[in-house]
Write a protein that binds this ligand. Structure first.
Ligand code: EPZ
Length: 465
């Protein structure tokens, strides 16, 4: 066995590919609903009890941000968070935490609505491309706030916000959420035109309504918000995560398996169902479950990402992984983010045949993928690499788990329940013994060389982060 030293290699997923996944699982709460709803508690007086909060590190970071502002956050077993933001006194969000999470810019609208001023570090770019906030800032301006940039922070000031019509140049999810948060306690009526229709935007609106807001039209391109003086506390259950559900359905499909996700409205995944059917998969949506049975070999198809109800950009890397094993050539066009194909080079290391020109990937299906050591550059690309590893011949290692853990709770435990051979390993630094890339690797040997992670927390334990 060839040995090598890999300083910095700490925690990785090791996946022995080639096992067919089968079974069912209940979908956890949606990250992209939980984060803005946590931010929205800043607008509420009294205790807010949130159920079905996913146990992911992004939620931990948002909880720390709220605590740093003065909120009290308590976790209860089973994915419940109790947040009391009545005690929030600060309108200044700390850079060290905000910089870890693009979604944390959502607190701007909530702080502005509560205090008439918000000071939040400007989000940087990320691996998906620049994360523009011009539509957020333009909307705050239309509500009567002034916007300044000082020392890298956006300072939005507006002691008396007044409702107005805000036409969005594009249906930005973040801008729609932020402006809804700012408008909910403004004077008079705000109308957001060309609003994002994503289920997570609807969930935020539904949460605000449950806490006393007056909002109509969520889920349509025109959201009308009639300002109220105050919001109260209460209890609310977050919607299930359609992106996580899509990940497990595709994990089943890419292994030629049969996976059912339960607990979510299948219309949230209508565009994925359509694409899977076009590849020859059998899809059954009934009540609150979706079942996908893969064909032996699926056929190529073309996909274009689009705002909801179109095909989600967040499932783009995962469908590319699946199509890399299709019969024939597929194209996938990315219309939301500028740079969402960076992971393709990692898939290529597993044998995928993909070329990217601008915003379009051309995927020539190969009969098999092969094991490799790969690195996840972001959450959903991490999911795509896990999918590829599940289908690949041999044993793959996936690093960059700090990204994967931002969005997937108990990923390896859930996949193992469906029949995957997957384990998380932790290695002391530096690593001195590991099989050389390309050598036949054996899951048990790798685990004994690295030491498996201590028994994964049972559902109900918060992962660190
Ligand atoms: C949300 O990001 C999600 N994040 C993303 O998921 C998701 O990919 C995206 O919506 C699209 O569905 C959260 O909900 C936390 P946008 P967001 O504002 O709000 C441009 C994940 O980690 N734009 O709809 O940032 C922008 O640059 C993430 O799960 C402007 O030009 O998305 C982008 O190209 C990855 N000006 C496009 O619009 C603006 O003011 C979509 O952005 C705002 C956005």
């Amino acid at each position: 066995m060839v040995t090598e030293t890999l300083a910095g290699l700490r925690t990785r997923l090791v996946v022995e590919g080639g096992r067919r996944l089968a079974g069912s699982l209940t979908v956890p709460g949606a990250k992209n609903a939980a984060l803005p709803i946590m931010a929205a508690t800043i607008l509420c007086e009294g205790e807010v009890v949130l159920h079905r909060v996913p146990r992911i590190t992004d939620v931990d970071v948002m909880a720390y941000i709220l605590e740093s502002l003065g909120a009290r956050v308590r976790e209860q077993p089973g994915g419940t968070l109790v947040i009391n933001s009545t005690s929030v006194t600060s309108h200044t969000a700390p850079y060290a935490l905000v910089s870890k999470l693009n979604a944390s810019f959502d607190i701007t609208g909530a702080l502005l609505g509560r205090f008439g001023i918000a000071e939040v570090p400007r989000p940087g770019g990320c691996v998906l491309g620049p994360r523009a906030i011009d539509l957020h800032l333009d909307g705050f301006g239309r509500l009567g706030a002034s916007v300044d940039l000082e020392h890298g922070s956006v300072i939005v000031t507006g002691r008396r916000l007044r409702g107005t019509t805000i036409p969005l140049a594009k249906p930005s999810v973040g801008a729609t959420k932020n402006l809804m948060l700012a408008a909910v306690r403004a004077e008079a009526t705000t109308r957001i035109e060309n609003a994002a229709r994503e289920p997570e935007v609807v969930d935020l609106a539904d949460f605000l309504v449950a806490m006393g807001a007056r909002i109509q039209g969520q889920g349509s391109p025109s959201i009308v918000i009639e300002g109220v003086r105050r919001l109260h506390g209460g209890e609310y259950t977050i919607i299930p995560d359609r992106l996580v559900a899509g990940t497990y359905l595709l994990a089943g499909a890419i292994t030629g398996g049969d996976v059912t996700v339960r607990g979510l409205d299948p219309t949230m995944l209508a565009s994925l169902q359509e694409v899977l059917r076009a590849t020859g998969a059998e899809v059954a949506a009934e009540g609150v479950s979706v079942r996908v049975q893969a064909p032996r070999r699926w056929t190529a198809t073309d996909v274009t990402t689009a705002p909801y109800p179109g095909f989600p950009t967040d499932l783009q890397p995962l469908i590319v992984a699946y199509l890399s094993l299709a019969q024939g050539t597929s194209t996938v066009e990315e219309t939301i983010f500028d740079a969402r194909f960076v992971y393709v080079s990692e898939l290529a290391r597993m044998g995928a045949d993909i070329t990217v020109a601008g915003r379009t990937a051309t995927i020539r299906g190969v009969p098999a993928l092969k094991d490799a050591v790969v690195e996840a550059p972001d959450i959903r690309a991490g999911g795509a690499l896990v999918l590829a590893a599940l289908a690949a011949q041999g044993t793959s290692e996936i690093g960059g788990l700090e990204h994967i853990d931002r969005g997937y709770e108990f990923l390896e435990e859930r996949l193992a329940e469906l029949g995957a051979a997957i384990v998380r390993i932790s290695a002391a630094e530096p690593v001195t013994l590991r099989p050389h890339v390309g050598e036949t690797q054996d899951l048990a040997a790798i685990v004994s060389a690295f030491g498996a992670r201590p028994a994964a927390g049972s559902p109900g334990t918060q992962p660190g982060g």
